[in-house]
Design a protein around this ligand. Structure first.
Ligand code: NAP
Length: 257
């Protein structure tokens, strides 16, 4: 990497935590942050799903560790952030990526589905932001990147809890940015478009919906997890120090249509 790229985009000496990085978008983002030089913490619910990821990253010479925690439980989120900070003594980058979706029409949407989605996608995100934010405020620097959705802007179909949670993630991002921008912390969100992961397996398998979705994406294809790599590194880097409170859609042009 040239000196310019290292200075503007390099993450050497930084510690990054990506929640929900055992697979899917989180895995792509933790790989990218590691490749850009950050020491990375991999998270998911079960330690067994983290070991292959940390082994892969360690084999490249990267410094990495796995911390299992269920983001649907506030006490677990607090423990995750405490352990993340304790690992190298500081936490510079928090990517709140872990998220779940439950599909059922609103009239049949159960309390259990609603609560499960809101617990992980919103309550877990706020708890992580608050805990990491206190640490970052004390240090006067930090990057928080929340993973939003196109359903931060649109209502979706048959996913009322998911749409409500992701709409709230967009507003939370702005609320935290307003409080913390002058204190050296940038808070932004990435809104991925329709990406090929387990999260969208039901949509990909539905021939009608899948065709409808594809026909509306100007880029003419579904997104791949690797499509988020550059954006997450940029938002974690020195190049984005004056960029905060934004929800950036990485969607193959969907929002512009
Ligand atoms: P995914 O393939 O289903 O992966 C979800 C990740 O979150 C896994 O690593 C999973 O780890 C982790 N996770 C789930 N529940 C958790 C919990 N309670 N505690 C800790 N980790 C948990 O999903 P994805 O498509 O990569 O989605 C990642 C994020 O992007 C989500 O917030 C999703 O809403 C958002 N998003 C996705 C798309 C898309 O098209 N795929 C579009 C817009 C936004 P374990 O199973 O190992 O615990």
């Amino acid at each position: 990497m040239s000196d310019f790229l290292q200075q503007k985009f390099g993450l050497r000496g930084k510690v990054a935590l990506v929640t929900g990085s055992s697979r899917g978008l989180g895995l792509a983002m933790v790989r990218a942050l590691s490749a850009a030089g950050a020491d990375v913490i991999v998270n998911g619910r079960a330690a067994a799903s983290l070991a292959p990821v940390t082994a892969e990253l360690a084999a490249t010479g990267a410094k990495t560790t796995g911390i299992a925690a269920d983001l649907g439980q506030r006490a677990e989120v607090q423990r995750l952030i405490d352990q993340a900070v304790a690992w190298q003594g500081h936490l510079d980058i928090l990517v709140n990526n872990a998220g779940i979706i439950r599909r059922a029409p609103a009239a049949e949407h159960s309390d259990a589905d609603w609560d499960a989605v809101l617990d992980v996608n919103l309550n877990g995100v706020f708890t992580a932001c608050r805990a990491a934010g206190r640490h970052m405020l004390a240090r006067g620097s930090g990057k928080i990147i929340n993973i939003a959705s196109l359903l931060t802007f649109f209502g979706g179909i048959n996913v009322p809890g998911y749409a409500a949670s992701k709409g709230a993630v967009g507003q939370l991002t702005k609320a935290l940015s307003n409080e913390w921008a002058a204190k050296g912390i940038q808070v932004n969100a990435i809104a991925p478009g329709y990406m090929r992961t387990d999260n969208t397996a039901a949509l990909q398998a539905d021939a009608v919906r899948s065709k409808e979705i594809l026909s509306r994406i100007p880029a003419g294809r579904w997104g791949e997890p690797g499509d988020l790599e550059g954006t997450v590194v940029f938002l974690a880097s020195a190049s984005s120090h004056f960029l905060t409170g934004q929800v950036i859609a990485v969607d193959g042009g969907w929002c512009g249509r």
